[in-house]
Design a protein around this ligand. Structure first.
Ligand code: DGL
Length: 281
């Protein structure tokens, strides 16, 4: 493994761009290879077996792109497939659940923590288990938000439709007197403005991106000595998707404004393709 190699990042769609943005903020000299599984988005209603198989093939794809580490920038696959991936592959794979939980436990004062996430993530109880394994006397309030991912994938991050979905999901949590809310899906930070309006000033929003990239930094720099060289040009980004590259680049550009999204390429990673790497481009 060499410092010059890229970092792989994957999600079901545009959500993982919130993690890619944070990587480019905290580690501006790193190259990023991003995979969005837009042929299968949303991941939320899918089974553990299906999600594990998708994540497995995506990790294999990224490794064949010679990445030095991978961020599973999807709470849903982090919740159900991370131990399998970490066991199978001999490369650092960092998930988003634990870092977000640790930040939330640090900031809560009344120990009432809300989790908003996809159906599969909530059903896994991954956040709740991570909290309970670290401390007692925390009360966790879970809420699945199936309307959020399709809204973000459509590029809708404010407006009446977003507001009414946010109110529907947040009001029960606010009634439970949460003071901290984990944005437990990487798509949700794009809805932050409306979530903040509805949650009000008393509730601290935790975007796991910050702590996840802190963890990535620790692994790359302290544990592996693999920090990207400062001679890299700033922000080297490559984007791959399993679905329509044009809609991904259009929505992605609207959300994060990176011109490199224009070069998003569609690749086949799920049907035994890519052997020998000939269809990467
Ligand atoms: N952004 C992903 C997550 O963090 C997946 C959302 C979805 O596709 O349902 O859970």
């Amino acid at each position: 493994m060499l410092p010059v190699q890229p970092i792989g990042v994957f999600d079901s769609g545009v959500g993982g761009l919130t993690i890619a943005e944070e990587i480019s903020r905290q580690l501006p000299f790193e190259k990023i290879i991003y995979f969005g599984d837009t042929a299968h988005v949303p991941y939320g209603p899918r089974s553990v077996e299906e999600l594990t198989s998708f994540a497995d093939k995506i990790v294999d794809f990224l490794i064949r792109h010679e990445v030095k580490a991978i961020v599973d920038a999807c709470n849903t696959t982090s919740a159900v497939a991370l131990p399998f991936l970490q066991e199978k592959y001999d490369i650092p794979i960092i998930g988003v659940i634990e870092p977000g939980v640790m930040d939330a436990m640090r900031v809560t004062k009344n120990r009432h923590i809300g989790i908003i996430a996809t159906e599969a993530t909530i059903a896994s109880h991954a956040h709740q288990k991570a909290i309970e394994s670290r401390g007692s006397n925390y009360r966790v309030f879970n809420q699945a938000c199936p309307k959020f991912v399709p809204l973000v994938e459509d590029g809708k991050v404010y407006g009446p439709e977003v507001r009414s979905a946010v109110e529907e999901y947040l009001l029960p949590l606010l009634k439970a007197n949460i003071d901290t809310l984990i944005l437990g899906c990487t798509h949700y930070p794009f809805l932050r403005r409306v979530i903040k309006e509805v949650a009000g000033p008393e509730v601290t929003l935790v975007d796991p991106a910050v702590a996840t990239v802190r963890e990535l930094k620790k692994v790359l720099i302290k544990e592996k000595g693999l920090r990207g060289p400062h001679t890299h040009t700033l922000r080297s980004l490559e984007f791959y998707v399993s679905g329509d590259p044009d809609s991904f680049s259009e929505v992605g550009y609207k959300l994060v404004g990176w011109p490199e999204l224009d070069n998003t390429r569609k690749v086949e990673v799920f049907n035994g393709g890519n052997k020998g790497g000939q269809d990467f481009d």
